[in-house]
Write a protein that binds this ligand. Structure first.
Ligand code: ADP
Ligand code: TRP
Length: 320
């Protein structure tokens, strides 16, 4: 089984990214041949500063390695080190109906948020399809918001195979049901574009401030509370064992516990879970040559596969 996922280096990674995409990708690296890349071409649809793009790319590399991506198991690379995906994207784009892209929520959402409606933003899912199909991935672990893009990929692969003969594997999205959407501090989907994130590598006072800001209802200290509708509890659940969840849920229901207590319990869990990763990140940051070597080696492996696929596709369409 081949597994591939990617993430845009367009902001500081947060707990939503971690549970929705990073953790599943890290767990899947033991279950097949894993590929993971930093989607810096895609990020150009929203990041238009060379310095910012460069530093965010380096940060995402550090974040993933610190969180548990093992370069021995996963080919970890920068998208731009596998430029074959662009030629593949062109071949696919000639078969892509405009209507298919017009229906993509992510494009509409981003334009509604004020991001420039560039051709790159519109064609984004075609490049994403090329990323996936270039390595003939079977499984694509992503958060729920990316499911539609994997469906577009499947549609394009089927169209291409029907038109030109079987070149591509049809991929399946892998979405973790239990953590489909991680809520942010305001209760909406946690997202860097909503300024409601809890960053993985934030520490100390700023982290505490963020956790204390999580939106709750206005029940009094002595009132019984409902854990199932509480944003603090939703986050606590991601980080704790079942018995701990049952214990805290009991205290919610019994009344006499304020939200401040639940927030403190959550903060402890965040610190406990991410402390070893923070340490590892600091070590890695002091050795960027190693990080670059990892990315270059990953790119070699992905490029070799992409070249093979591209060769087949070029032959199939009559370019060779
Ligand atoms: P953001 O919404 O912060 O811009 P991205 O769109 O870059 O995040 O998402 C990167 C990956 O993390 C995707 O696979 C996405 O589905 C996942 N992801 C992002 N936010 C969440 C969330 N709140 N809950 C679950 N998964 C998420
Ligand atoms: N669009 C994805 C995101 O924003 C990133 C991405 C680009 C990706 N290419 C991909 C994810 C291929 C999985 C497979 O999160």
């Amino acid at each position: 089984m081949r597994i591939l996922s990617g993430i845009q280096p367009s902001g500081k990674l947060h707990i939503g990214n971690y549970f929705g995409m990073m953790k599943p990708a890290i767990e899947l690296q033991d279950q097949g041949e894993a590929y993971l890349f930093i989607a810096n071409y895609h990020a150009m649809t929203t990041v238009q500063s060379a310095d910012v793009l460069r530093s965010m790319t380096a940060n995402v590399a550090l974040d993933f390695l610190a969180c548990g991506i093992d370069p021995e198991k996963t080919a970890f690379y920068r998208q731009s080190d596998v430029p074959e995906v662009h030629e593949l994207a062109w071949l696919l784009s000639t078969l892509t109906p405009m209507g298919l892209l017009e229906r993509c929520h992510s494009y509409k959402d981003k334009v509604a948020k004020g991001i420039a409606a560039s051709h790159g933003l519109f064609a984004y899912p075609v490049l994403m399809a090329a990323d996936i199909l270039a390595v003939n991935s079977n499984v694509v672990p992503v958060g729920r918001d990316q499911k539609q893009h994997v469906e577009v990929t499947r549609d394009l692969a089927i169209r291409f195979n029907n038109a030109f003969g079987k070149v591509f594997t049809i991929p399946e999205p892998s979405i973790r049901g239990d953590v489909a959407v991680v809520p942010g501090v305001d209760g909406q989907k946690m997202s860097k574009s909503y300024d409601n994130t809890i960053e993985i590598f934030q520490e100390g006072k700023p982290l505490k401030k963020r956790v204390m800001k999580i939106l709750t209802d206005s029940k009094e200290l002595e009132d019984p509370k409902d854990p199932d509708t509480c944003n603090v509890f939703a986050l606590y659940k991601l980080l704790s064992a079942e018995e701990e969840q049952a214990e805290l849920a009991g205290r919610y229901r019994a009344g006499g516990m304020g939200y401040g207590h639940a927030k403190t319990a959550l903060l402890e869990k965040i610190n406990e879970h991410f402390a070893p990763m923070r340490e590892k990140r600091a070590e890695l940051a002091a050795d960027m040559d190693y990080v670059n070597d990892v990315l270059c080696n990953g790119a070699k492996k992905a490029s070799a596969l992409a070249r093979k696929t591209l060769q087949k596709a070029r032959q199939a369409v009559g370019l060779e």
